[in-house]
Ligand binder design. Structure first.
Ligand code: DGL
Length: 276
């Protein structure tokens, strides 16, 4: 065990959705403390340019580094897709994204080597999932579909609404027609739509939850790096910071996290010059 093992794990997202990743990390590693940053003032990232997403992600990571975290998890798929390599070159703490763990799980699950990916427009445009899957299996067929309407529907709480059902049909039918047997839910918000998606995709399509895969991945990596907290008789705490009003965040958090958050704190992120 290294001296840093007692420090918290930092997790950031463009907003509130990253709490689905916190939920899985907390479930996998219940005695770890977590410092969460949701950039609620600048959400969404999924519609923005690579340069902007990368700049925001670096500022988010810098905030967590100053909070003295032992590792950083980029919960946001869009930020993982565009900014992971830059983040890893700018900061010395270990930084993990959600793309590779999801791609690996999909590669392990698929039988017909035809994998679907749903995500924000920016994540799909980045081709990050396609590239990550090709690293495991160059011949795998990847069918990617941007689903820009899903984030607002989830934030509205319309998880079982007939409108959401109709939107999902529209997005998913072309993928199903191509006979994907595995579907990556490549966005922080989509775990909340798992049952609605499952009903349309059917049992023969395996759903890959990128939050779950990421929690498994970091458990393994932190273990190997001797960075897991050796104090196992304690319950980890989750400290939340947001860049906009805390009230809205605290009210919505429950739905993504599965339990209420402790009080959140509002912070300002200092600008950062990204070296290229
Ligand atoms: N967190 C984003 C993602 O996982 C979704 C919300 C946004 O567009 O910022 O891609």
């Amino acid at each position: 065990v290294t001296a840093k093992a007692h420090l918290p794990i930092g997790i950031f997202d463009s907003g509130i959705g990253g709490l689905t990743v916190v939920r899985e990390v907390h479930r996998a590693l219940p005695h770890e403390d977590v410092v969460y940053l949701g950039d609620t003032a600048r959400v969404p990232y999924g519609t923005k340019s690579p340069e902007t997403v990368t700049r925001f992600a670096c500022e988010d990571a810098q905030f967590l580094v100053r909070k003295k975290v032992k590792a950083i998890v980029v919960a946001c798929n869009t930020a993982s897709a565009w900014a992971l390599a830059t983040l890893q070159s700018q900061f010395r703490v270990p930084i993990f994204g959600v793309i590779t763990p999801g791609a690996q799980a999909a590669w392990e699950k698929t039988r017909n080597r035809c994998i679907g990916v749903i995500a924000t427009a920016a994540t799909i445009r980045s081709r990050a999932y396609q590239v990550a899957i090709a690293d495991f299996d160059e011949q795998a067929k990847v069918i990617a579909c941007p689903c820009p309407l899903l984030v607002p529907l989830v934030e509205e709480g319309w998880l079982e609404h007939k409108v959401t059902q109709a939107v999902l049909q529209e997005y998913l039918l072309p993928l199903l027609r191509e006979k994907v047997d595995t579907l990556i839910l490549g966005c922080t918000h989509y775990p909340l739509l798992k049952s609605a998606i499952g009903r349309i995709a059917g049992r023969q399509v395996a759903l890959v939850d990128s939050a779950e895969c990421c929690a498994r991945f970091i458990t393994e990596h932190l273990g190997r790096a001797k960075l897991l907290n050796p104090q196992r008789d304690r319950k980890g705490r989750i400290h939340s910071y947001v860049t906009d009003d805390t009230e809205h965040f605290e009210k919505m958090a429950d739905r993504f996290l599965g339990f209420p958050v402790e009080q959140a704190w509002k912070v300002e992120l200092p600008a950062l010059l990204v070296k290229r």
